[in-house]
Design a protein around this ligand. Structure first.
Ligand SMILES: [Mg+2]
Length: 291
C-alpha cells in the first residue's frame, strides 16, 4: 500500500495544505482512509509524518477540514512554530499521528484521570532517517508516555521505522535506553518544557514520568482505534470533526463521500506556489532553569 501527497497554497503561509492520495490516485483522508495497521498480525502500524525531525513548524492533520489535509497550526492569526528549548532544536523525532485513532474528549482515561484531546494519537519515530512531511511509514511500537497537557490526556507513542537499520534490535522500551541512551529522558524534558516559552506551564505526566512498555502502548492504541470506529460509524458525535472519507464502505460509515466531492475539496485550493521564508525568530534558543 502506498500513498502520495499533493501540496496546495503557499508553503509557510496560512494557505498551505498537503493533501493525500492512495496508489490509485484517489484523494483520501489521512485521518480516516489510511489503515491503522500495515500488518496486523505482526503489529506493524502506519504512521503519518506531520513534522520531520529538527523542524519547528507545528504541522498537523486538519481534523475539522474536508479530507483532513496537513496544515500548520495557527494561534492568534499567526503560524505556530514550536520554541527551541535549550539544547533542543525543533522536534527531536519524526512526529506524527497513527491513522484511524481518536482520543475521545468524552472519555476519561482511567490511568490519567483526564479526558482525551480530540486528536488522533501522537507518535514519535526515533529512527535515524529524517522523514518528509506527509510520508506514510510503517512502524514498530516500543512504548508510550502519558502526557497531561492542560488537563487533557495526550499519549505520546514511541516507535521505530521498520526500515531503520536498527529496527530488528529495538523491540521494547528498554531497548531504547540501551541503544539510544538519553533519548527517552530528553523526550520527557522536551514535552515538559516546549510550551514554557509561549507562557504556558510545564506539562505533567502520569506514571511518575515513566514510559510504559510495548504491550501497554498497543492496548492504548487499540482503545483509541475503537473510539475512532465509534466516531466513523456515527455511534459517537464527533462535533466539529470532519469524518468525510473516500475508502470506508458506506455500510460502515455514513460519512463516505464520492470521488467528485473529494475532488471538489481540492479544486478550491490553488496549486503550490513559491514559498514564503520561515521567520528567523524561529531559530531562537530559549534558556531557563528546570524547576
Ligand atoms: Mg495529541
Amino acid at each position: 500500500m502506498s500513498f502520495t501527497v499533493e501540496e496546495r497554497g503557499i508553503p509557510n503561509s496560512l494557505s498551505y495544505r498537503l493533501f493525500f492520495k492512495n496508489s490509485e490516485g484517489k484523494y483520501i483522508s489521512p485521518f480516516h482512509d489510511i489503515p491503522i495497521y500495515a500488518n496486523e498480525g505482526q503489529k506493524i502500524f502506519h504512521m503519518v509524518v506531520e513534522v520531520p525531525r529538527w523542524t519547528n513548524a507545528k504541522m498537523e492533520i486538519a481534523t475539522k477540514d474536508l479530507l483532513n489535509p496537513i496544515k500548520q497550526d495557527v494561534k492568534k492569526g499567526k503560524l505556530r512554530y514550536v520554541a527551541n528549548v535549550f539544547p533542543h532544536k525543533g522536534y527531536i523525532w519524526n512526529y506524527g499521528a497513527i491513522p484511524q485513532t481518536w482520543e475521545d474528549p468524552k472519555h476519561k482515561d482511567k490511568n490519567t484521570g483526564c479526558h482525551g484531546d480530540n486528536d488522533p494519537i501522537d507518535i514519535c519515530e526515533i529512527g535515524s532517517k529524517v522523514c518528509s512531511r506527509g510520508e506514510v511509514i510503517k512502524v514498530k511500537v516500543l512504548g508510550v508516555l502519558a502526557m497531561i497537557d492542560e488537563g487533557e490526556t495526550d499519549w505520546k507513542v514511541i516507535a521505530i521505522n521498520v526500515e531503520d537499520p536498527e529496527a530488528n534490535e529495538l523491540n521494547n522500551i528498554s531497548d531504547v535506553d540501551r541503544l539510544k541512551p538519553g533519548y527517552l529522558k530528553s523526550t520527557v524534558d522536551w514535552f515538559k518544557r516546549y510550551k514554557v516559552p509561549d507562557g504556558k506551564p510545564e506539562n505533567k505526566f502520569a506514571f511518575n514520568e515513566e514510559f510504559k512498555d510495548k504491550d501497554f502502548a498497543i492496548e492504548v492504541i487499540k482503545s483509541t482505534h475503537n473510539f475512532w470506529k465509534a466516531l466513523i460509524c456515527q455511534q459517537t458525535d464527533g462535533g466539529e470533526l470532519n469524518c468525510k472519507n473516500t475508502c470506508i464502505s458506506s455500510g460502515d460509515s455514513p460519512f463516505c463521500c464520492s470521488v467528485n466531492e473529494a475532488q471538489a475539496a481540492i479544486g478550491d485550493a490553488c496549486p503550490c506556489e513559491k514559498e514564503e521564508p520561515i521567520p528567523s525568530s524561529v531559530d531562537k534558543w530559549f534558556y531557563y532553569d528546570k524547576v
